[in-house]
Design a protein around this ligand. Structure first.
Ligand code: ATP
Length: 216
C-alpha cells in the first residue's frame, strides 16, 4: 500500500500549537501515515527582515517534532533556489519520495484564499490533493466561492473535485487553536503566555538564542 504523507509548508516564525494541531487533525481525518513540515527558506510573500534565520526556524521545527512520532521535518528548501515556490518544493519532494508515496499538501484557510497568487497554482493542484484547515476569523463562504471559481465542485460535505484534472480539495472539520506566529512574536517576552501556545522546549530555545526580543 502507498504511504500517505501530508506536507505542511510555512515560515514557522516560530512554530506553534496551531501548526501542530493542524497536522494532527489532518492525520486523524484523512488517515495520513506522516506529516512532513517544510520550513520555507525565502517565502515570496514575506520579507526576510520579518524572519529569524532559516537555521533557527529549522531547529525549532526539529525540536517541536521530537514528541510526535508521526511528524518529520525536511529543510529541503535550503537546497533550492530562492524565492521558495511551493511548486518547486513539491516537485523535488515527489521525486525524492518516489511512486510509493501519495502527497497531500496541508494549508490553513488564509493560505488557501491566496492560492491565485501562487506560482503555477494549477500545476500545484495537478500534483497533489490539498487538505485545507479552517482558521479562526476566516470566512468559509469565501473558500466555497474560490473553490467554485477555480473549477471545483462539492462531491461530499468536505470533499471537492475538479472538472479539469486537478487533484481533490479536502476540508478539515476540526479547527485548530486560534493562534498565529504574528501573535506569538507580540507576546514573546511573556513566558507564561508563550508556553500556552509553543512547545516548552521551543520556548527554551527561543530564550537560549534570544530570539524575538522586543516582539521582533
Ligand atoms: P504569521 O502570523 O507569521 O503569518 P502563521 O501563524 O500564519 O504565521 P505560517 O508559518 O505562515 O504561520 O503558517 C504555515 C501554514 O499553517 C499556513 O498554511 C497557515 O495557514 C497554517 N496555520 C498557521 N496557524 C494556523 C492555525 N492556528 N490554524 C490553522 N492553520 C494554521
Amino acid at each position: 500500500m502507498k504511504m500517505r504523507a501530508g506536507v505542511l509548508g510555512g515560515t514557522f516564525n516560530p512554530v506553534h500549537f496551531g501548526h501542530l494541531e493542524l497536522a494532527e487533525t489532518a492525520i486523524q481525518e484523512y488517515s495520513l501515515d506522516t506529516v512532513i513540515f517544510i520550513p520555507s527558506k525565502a517565502p515570496p510573500h514575506k520579507t526576510e527582515s520579518e524572519l529569524v534565520s532559516f537555521f533557527h526556524r529549522c531547529r525549532m521545527m526539529e525540536i517541536a517534532c521530537e514528541n510526535y512520532p508521526m511528524f518529520r521535518y525536511d529543510c529541503i528548501e535550503g537546497q533550492l533556489p530562492a524565492p521558495s515556490y511551493t511548486i518547486d518544493t513539491l516537485r523535488t519532494l515527489k521525486k525524492r519520495l518516489g511512486e510509493d508515496c501519495t502527497l497531500f499538501f496541508i494549508i490553513g484557510s488564509d493560505a488557501f484564499l491566496d492560492i491565485l497568487t501562487w506560482k503555477s497554482f494549477r500545476q500545484v493542484l495537478s500534483q497533489v490533493s490539498l487538505i485545507v484547515g479552517h482558521r479562526k476569523d476566516v470566512d468559509s463562504c469565501k473558500m466555497v466561492d474560490l473553490a467554485l471559481n477555480i473549477g471545483y465542485d462539492r462531491k461530499k460535505k468536505s470533499h471537492w473535485s475538479s472538472d479539469w484534472g486537478g487533484e481533490d480539495i479536502l476540508f478539515l472539520d476540526t479547527i485548530p487553536v486560534g493562534v498565529s506566529s504574528t501573535f506569538i512574536r507580540k507576546i514573546s517576552e511573556n513566558d507564561r503566555e508563550l508556553k500556552k501556545y509553543v512547545p516548552l522546549k521551543v520556548v527554551e530555545y527561543i530564550r537560549d538564542k534570544r530570539l524575538y526580543q522586543h516582539g521582533g
